[in-house]
Design a protein around this ligand. Structure first.
Ligand code: ADP
Ligand code: ZN
Ligand code: ZN
Length: 743
């Protein structure tokens, strides 16, 4: 027999099917989905490969498969990966890797030491950069490549994991450290936060009429074994999770598994605890990026062996190796994190729909502010709309007030806090209640500018302004990490009149400390959340130590319940409106509604103050009214007029190169190629990206506005192949369908 194999490689030109002979002694082992070792070309080392087809004969003269590694995939996985590779313009092996158990260990897992202080290995170069270095043979050592690939695919990797799962020794890692690929960070290890807790058992609630209706509709589809797509639309606290849990229970009775996707950042212990309380720990597997490979390996196997039938996880948990799927739930379905912005650039909602259709099961989406596209799909009957209008626990919606910052300026208030917000914070402090201040401005917020000539300090590697960091008194680039001294004199006009502009979270914290010297504050943004201080830990500190004021970027929006928070201040609602993106209104509306939802969740009335320079913007107005449908009706009208999703798709080509001439040449090449086809839509001329240089790579982009269909996918794949054939060394092209941002 002959096996059709795909080599496990990122090299674009190796995304081909090769024939290999299955020797007699392996004939009862090697099947579709097997992972095998094969000789390739005239190199000595054997290649890792996946069997994706079996046939009688080959037309070529072929070599033998050398050994069988494991039965890695089901046939369904192979079909999905083939589909994804076309649809998301990537290698089949890239997709299969998402469905692969993390590491094939031959050593005894039980012996993993439960150390206290453990060194973790982190990549410090971008994945794409590493791929380039491998492709261009800057790294040649087979072991180093294996180590890097392993680190690309896994998070929180220890030395021991490296040895056990990737067969890479400590000295190899040290070399990579020396060459600037990895850093080694020693951390105190927490026990897996989801394990070994004593959680009180919880029983199901009697459903309200609205919940009952939604439950019935979906369980019908379970009983009839029919595909169905449902949207449960209801505010936070309206009882969506209760419905999910009762559906899961039903599916569990049929001995089938359920996958529940949640945004990574809201995958908190509290959230998981609710499921544990209902179903018990053994039935639940949790998959998220903070698991060590060892933990991930364990969870993966518990799912594969059908021990854990309820999988809760972030985006990639959609590929969990369940035996028989019965239900897929996607909570907070409007969240951006379901779309991968890395290779493979898949959308977990699309994948979920395919899996649900193939298995004749329901797909349940839930949100208080549904994705505009999802809500639209209910109006054309692709999705069944199930609405919950009441909060199950009778909590009140918060009171929302809008403050016009232009008037504050006229009154001479130059701080970031309006008089109204100041008063409210003061009152809240007196009542010993907690406050959250939200400012959606990280990065290029506090920049340095010359008052005389307008010069702005920019990063030499990336065309973006440098951010001032008060603590270290330096300027930093948030894209590449470039650091430089603060300038005292303008390099252009020699003026000493240098001003610090902007309103980042750091500056806000400073002002708050000045205004309320006795208040305790904590800040959460990209600079305080790092490998050692997780998002989770900061929020826990705020909650457990009952600190007065939490200041943060959008990270504060999701997850935790804060029973003692009664005031939320949005310091500048405009920042997400000024993004060069058709989704700006939607993003702003979602954010504001979610932020507002943080106030007064238990009994107590909550107050929300939104400060803005655009009080008339309809997204802000709708957020004040907490009225999604009002917002939807205005937004869908706009999208239709301007031809944006759901009325068409945005296909973005991102072209980047260290060579400026080459990036333009390739962009034009792609444009000319595409023009030759008869594409029913708009192919826009390539232009420099809004951030036209990052890490010394020049960046261009080209956009097609049209509905994606199979024909178009074929065309794009053909065009890309003709680019790969040209073997440009310095230039990368990515294609992304409906990316989260166009930067
Ligand atoms: P959502 O997922 O929409 O935010 P939840 O399902 O978490 O809402 O429900 C919010 C709160 O109301 C939870 O504490 C939950 O236990 C409770 N709850 C939900 N449904 C009911 C019900 N039918 N009867 C009583 N309490 C309920
Ligand atoms: Zn100047
Ligand atoms: Zn930079």
């Amino acid at each position: 027999m002959v096996a059709e194999v795909i080599i496990n490689s990122i090299v674009k030109n190796l995304n081909k099917i090769f024939d290999y002979n299955i020797p007699k002694e392996l004939e009862n082992k090697v099947k579709i989905g097997s992972r095998v070792l094969i000789p390739f070309g005239n190199q000595k080392k054997l290649e890792d490969a996946f069997v994706i087809g079996i046939k009688e004969k080959s037309k070529y003269e072929i070599k033998d498969i050398v050994s069988f590694q494991e039965q890695a995939f089901k046939k369904e996985n192979i079909n999905l990966a083939k589909f994804m590779s076309k649809r998301y313009f990537c290698n089949i092996s890239d997709c299969l890797k998402l469905m692969l158990s993390p590491g094939t260990s031959t050593k005894n897992i039980e012996n993993r030491i439960k150390e206290k202080n453990i060194s973790f290995i982190y990549l410090i170069k971008e994945k794409e950069e590493i791929e380039n270095d491998i492709e261009n043979k800057i790294i040649k050592s087979e072991k180093q490549i294996r180590a890097l690939n392993f680190l690309k695919d896994n998070n929180e990797v220890t030395f021991l994991d490296m040895e056990m799962f990737a067969d890479v020794s400590r000295s190899i890692i040290k070399t990579l450290e020396k060459n600037g690929y990895v850093e080694i960070v020693e951390k105190k290890i927490k026990r897996n936060p989801f394990i070994n807790k004593n959680i009180k058992k919880d029983t199901k609630r009697k459903l309200t009429n609205e919940q009952e209706h939604a439950y019935k509709e979906i369980s019908n589809s379970i009983e009839k074994q029919e595909y169905g797509k449902f949207l449960i639309y209801g505010v936070t606290g309206s009882g969506k999770t209760e419905i999910y849990m009762q559906l899961i229970e039903k599916v569990l009775k049929e001995k089938k598994s359920s996958i529940v996707l949640v945004p990574e950042i809201s995958l908190t212990p509290q959230m998981v605890d609710r499921f544990i309380a209902r179903f018990g720990q053994d039935k639940i597997a949790v998959l998220h990026s903070k698991l060590s490979v060892g933990e991930r390996y364990d969870e993966w196997n518990r799912i594969k062996n059908n021990e854990a039938k309820i999988i809760i996880g972030a985006r990639s948990a959609i590929f969990a190796p369940v035996q028989e799927i019965g239900l897929i739930v996607i909570d907070e379905e409007h969240d951006d994190s379901y779309k991968s912005e890395m290779n493979p650039r898949y959308n977990a909602k699309e994948i979920a729909q395919i899996i649900a259709k193939n298995n004749n099961i329901p797909l349940v989406l839930g949100s208080a502010t549904p994705d505009i596209n999802t809500f639209y799909s209910t109006s054309i009957n692709e999705t069944k709309l199930l609405t919950l209008t009441k909060r199950a626990n009778e909590a009140q919606l918060p009171k929302i007030k809008i403050i016009d910052l232009r008037q504050e300026l006229e009154k001479g208030n130059r701080t970031m806090i309006s008089t109204e917000l100041y008063k409210a914070i003061k009152q809240n402090l007196e009542k010993k209640k907690q406050t959250i201040l939200f400012l959606n401005r990280r990065g290029f917020s506090t920049f340095i500018m010359c008052r005389d000539c307008g010069y702005v300090a920019k990063c030499p590697n990336c065309n973006i302004s440098l951010t001032y960091h008060r603590k270290q008194n330096v300027l930093k680039c948030h894209y590449c990490g470039h650091i430089q001294k603060v300038i005292k004199k303008c390099p252009e006009c020699e003026s000493n009149n240098i001003r610090y502009f902007g309103t980042g979270t750091q500056k806000l914290e400073e002002q708050i400390i000045k205004m309320f010297p006795n208040a305790t504050t904590i800040r959460m943004d990209v600079d305080t959340v790092n490998k050692k201080n997780s998002h989770e830990e900061i929020l826990n500190k705020f909650k457990n130590e009952n600190l007065d004021i939490l200041i943060g970027t959008q990270m504060v929006v999701k997850g935790h319940h804060f029973p003692n928070v009664t005031l939320v201040g949005v310091v500048a609602a405009d920042s997400s409106l000024n993004i060069d993106n058709y989704k700006a209104n939607e993003t702003t509306f979602d954010l504001l509604v979610q932020v507002a939802g943080r106030a007064g969740r238990e009994g107590e009335e909550g107050n929300v103050i939104i400060q803005t320079y655009n009080p008339d913007n309809f997204a802000i107005e709708c957020a004040k009214k907490q009225n999604y449908e009002y917002f939807y009706n205005a937004e869908i009208h706009l999208r239709k007029q301007l031809k944006y999703p759901p009325f068409c798709d945005i296909i973005m080509f991102g072209i980047s190169s260290i060579n400026e001439k080459e990036v333009i040449e390739v962009s034009n090449f792609l444009y000319e190629k595409l023009k030759k086809y008869n594409i029913n839509g708009l192919v826009l001329k390539p232009i420099p990206a809004p951030i036209d240089k990052i890490k010394n790579r020049y960046r261009w982009r080209m956009i097609i506005k049209t509905k994606v269909n199979n024909e178009l996918i074929e065309i794009i794949n053909e065009v890309l192949n003709s680019f790969y054939e040209k073997k440009y060394k310095n230039t990368r092209v990515i294609v992304d369908i409906n990316p989260n941002n166009l930067l």
